[in-house]
Design a protein around this ligand. Structure first.
Ligand code: MRU
Length: 346
């Protein structure tokens, strides 16, 4: 019997569980999150990762961090809620979804008019659940809109993982592929392996293969060659933040793919929920790019591949300028340039 892949984030009887994505695809391990520190470390270490998923995880983490404060004053509760929110947000800087979810919960609590902390806790938990539930619907809507891009016989390239594992279900960039597959459309997906942490190999090829979708894994440096052979008709990737001018941040390597797409005249689509759109960030230059530990670069799967004392750079994301993007697939439809105009819808 085919195994089922657990959801990346799950709340069961008020207890929070994350699928440990660092162990995939070799081990399927679900970890209970007992404290706010557990949630912070899980986000930092990429046990839970992908922009919408860390928003959902952070939202639940924030709510559950307040469950033992039902006897404090409402002012103390709100002050601690803000402090815990800032702490969780410090785990990763680039994906705006984390800050978005935290702010949404804090604002909801502040404006609730609740007179007891017990009620406040209820409001906070309900909002966290609401964020998760909405995301499920949004993935389906993105899939519905994006599916029109996947015609019979096409080759689709994706980078990193913007699939079910990165979101609540279906994913963003992979949602059009799931919908097209369900409709019986025949297409091929090429998944970049996505160094240094191999989200494309470990997660995207794993989940698409598991779903029965025709997926071919390539290393990142093969993308140009595969495109030059005419095997790619459309590129769909996710994003961690969309700036007001349409510049986007996504997994390191996306910019290279976008430049190649321009050269080979292949349309590049970005898929995301509106929670990833950050109109307060004017352009890509204003997006903070997470710099991770060099050991992820000088080691491969934990094995040393360079002198341990070697100098490294490890930016986890890069910025793709709006001019290289053909369209942005959202739950409201596919946005077309000029994005600074189209994004005013949000
Ligand atoms: O470092 P990660 O694995 O969290 O990076 C994830 C990505 O870059 C995804 O493409 C992005 O978050 C979109 S997920 C729907």
């Amino acid at each position: 019997m085919k195994m089922t892949i657990p959801k990346s984030v799950e709340l069961v009887d008020n207890e929070l569980y994350f699928l440990d994505q660092t162990k995939l695809p070799t081990k399927i391990e679900v970890e209970k999150q007992n404290t706010i520190e557990d949630v912070w470390h899980s986000i930092k270490q990429l046990k839970v990762r992908g922009a919408p998923a860390i928003g959902i995880a952070g939202g639940y983490g924030l709510a559950l961090s307040m469950k033992d404060f039902k006897n404090s004053s409402t002012q103390e509760f709100l002050t601690l809620l803000e402090k815990n929110g800032n702490y969780l947000d410090s785990a990763r800087p680039t994906a705006v979804n984390l800050r978005w979810a935290i702010d949404r919960i804090i604002n909801r609590a502040k404006n609730s008019g609740c007179s007891t902390t017990k009620e406040l806790y209820g409001v906070v938990l309900k909002e966290a659940i609401g964020i998760h539930e909405e995301d499920k619907l949004i993935c389906k809507q993105i899939g519905g809109h994006g599916q029109s891009l996947i015609k019979d016989g096409v080759g689709v390239l994706t980078h990193c993982n913007a699939g079910a594992l990165a979101v609540s279900e279906f994913g963003t960039a992979l949602a059009p592929m799931y919908v097209a597959h369900k409709k019986g459309i025949r297409f091929r997906v090429y998944a970049d392996e996505t160094r240094p942490l191999l989200q494309g190999a470990r997660l995207t090829s794993f989940e698409l293969h598991h779903a029965g979708i025709d997926v071919t894994l390539i290393t990142d440096n093969m993308a140009a060659h595969i495109m030059s052979q005419g095997l790619i008709d459309v590129i769909i990737v996710g994003t961690d933040r969309v700036a007001a001018n349409g510049d986007i941040a996504n997994k390191i390597g996306t910019l290279g793919v976008a430049i190649l797409a321009k050269y080979f005249n292949i349309p590049l689509y970005i898929a995301c929920p509106s929670s990833t759109i950050d109109l307060a960030t004017k352009t890509g230059k204003d997006i903070v790019i997470e710099e991770r530990d060099g050991s992820e670069v000088y080691k491969f799967a934990g094995v040393l591949t360079a002198p341990e004392s070697i100098k490294t750079r490890n930016p986890a994301f890069d910025v793709t300028p709006a001019e290289l993007i053909t369209g942005i697939i959202t739950e409201k439809g596919i946005l077309k340039p000029p994005f600074s105009e189209a994004l005013k819808l949000f």
